[in-house]
Design a protein around this ligand. Structure first.
Ligand SMILES: NC(=O)C1=CN([C@@H]2O[C@H](COP(=O)(O)OP(=O)(O)OC[C@H]3O[C@@H](n4cnc5c(N)ncnc54)[C@H](O)[C@@H]3O)[C@@H](O)[C@H]2O)C=CC1
Ligand SMILES: NCC(=O)COP(=O)(O)O
Length: 317
């Protein structure tokens, strides 16, 4: 296959993962070769694939597949807990291949967390935490990146009511440090500018609308500024995402999932990439989910997955 390929885990086979994997292979399989980890019975009818024994198989036009056996067929739009173990195994195999050095990076297709919990007792809120666990990392960071905006949520998949408790000075500091290092190393920004959102409306407005902005966020920023990190904030989140505001920073660190993901999915849904920072290997993913409402119809767009492949290919060089 020439250069080391990427590996792609299939994600939930009843979602759009298999069909966009095939479209992505047709679009950029030569530019960013990857091997698909999944069960060939879940690929769309008529798909041109070939089973390979490992990642060293010579290149050909067909999608290379390293088989992962799944218990059940896939029905578009209907996640089956019987397939949960296969979905998890594909991710685990991907990590093994990238950690061994056989693969250049891992690209994951979307999973349905509830089906994994129901079918296999999956105890992680998403890939991000599962990958941190497999890699033995205490803290990793989720970044959603596009040409127009990069965002990082400090807290991720937890109920909104748990956010103030989960938002600690350590979590914020680690997140900013990991983000800063990745902007330099992976995004080649020599002097990154990071904007940090407040938690409360108007960043607390001097404590009249909440206290965390002043008592928790501001002191962390002060400490890190003293080390030379270019930080602005805590900023009112409602006014930090319009175009002139975005021009003033390279990444926005946000306090919770939707504060970060709503702006990027509004601005760049088709090209956003989810990248895990702080892992000892490259992992990217499309920004969207399983899209059950359109699975199996052949209309799903592969653009975000293609952007994820390109980013992983470049980062893994
Ligand atoms: N990396 C991952 O594993 C992710 C998984 N998810 C999971 O996906 C499931 C469904 O989540 P939703 O909130 O419905 O978000 P979603 O992204 O799956 O779908 C939202 C809307 O966007 C459309 N859409 C998504 N991807 C598209 C594509 N490639 N082409 C055209 N239209 C597309 C869908 O048809 C739907 O109308 C959940 O279980 C969630 O946890 C969500 C985000 C990321
Ligand atoms: N909302 C982002 C998402 O669900 C992706 O999470 P992960 O599976 O990449 O941890």
């Amino acid at each position: 296959m020439g250069e080391r390929p990427l590996v792609m885990s299939c994600g939930d086979p009843s979602g759009i993962g298999p069909e966009i994997a095939v479209k992505a292979w047709e679009a950029i399989g030569r530019e960013c070769p990857f091997v698909w980890l999944g069960d060939p019975k879940h690929l769309p009818d008529g798909c041109d694939f070939r089973v390979v024994p490992d990642l060293t198989a010579p290149a050909s036009g067909a999608l290379p597949v390293l088989p992962v056996s799944f218990a059940a067929a896939a029905h578009a739009g209907q996640p089956d807990p019987a397939n949960a173990a296969g979905v998890i195994e594909a991710v685990r195999r991907g990590v093994e291949l990238v950690q061994s050095g056989a693969a250049r990076g891992l690209v994951t297709c979307p999973i349905h967390k509830a089906a994994l919990k129901a079918g296999a007792g999956f105890g992680f809120p998403g890939h991000t935490e599962y990958l941190a666990h497999l890699a033995g990392m205490k803290r990793v960071v989720m970044m959603l990146a596009s040409d127009t905006l990069r965002v990082v949520p400090v807290t991720i998949h937890i109920p909104l009511s748990d956010v103030p408790r989960a938002l600690t000075a350590d979590a914020l500091e680690d997140t900013i440090r990991i983000t800063h290092a990745a902007l330099i190393r992976d995004f080649e920004i020599a002097h990154p500018r990071i904007a940090v959102a407040g938690l409360n409306p108007h960043a607390g407005e001097d404590g009249t609308m909440g206290h965390e902005d002043g008592t928790l966020i501001a002191p962390v920023l002060e400490r890190l500024r003293a080390e030379g990190i270019d930080l602005r904030g805590p900023l009112p989140a409602d006014t930090m995402f319009h175009a002139p505001a975005r021009a003033r920073y390279d990444a926005a660190v946000c306090m919770y999932h939707d504060q970060a993901l709503i702006p990027i999915k509004t601005l760049a849904f088709d090209e956003g990439v989810n990248v895990t920072l702080g892992l000892p290997f490259v992992r990217t993913s499309p920004d969207h989910g399983t899209a059950y409402d359109i699975a199996g119809q052949g209309v799903a767009r592969p653009d975000s997955l293609i952007a994820a492949l390109r980013m992983a290919w470049n980062m893994g060089a």
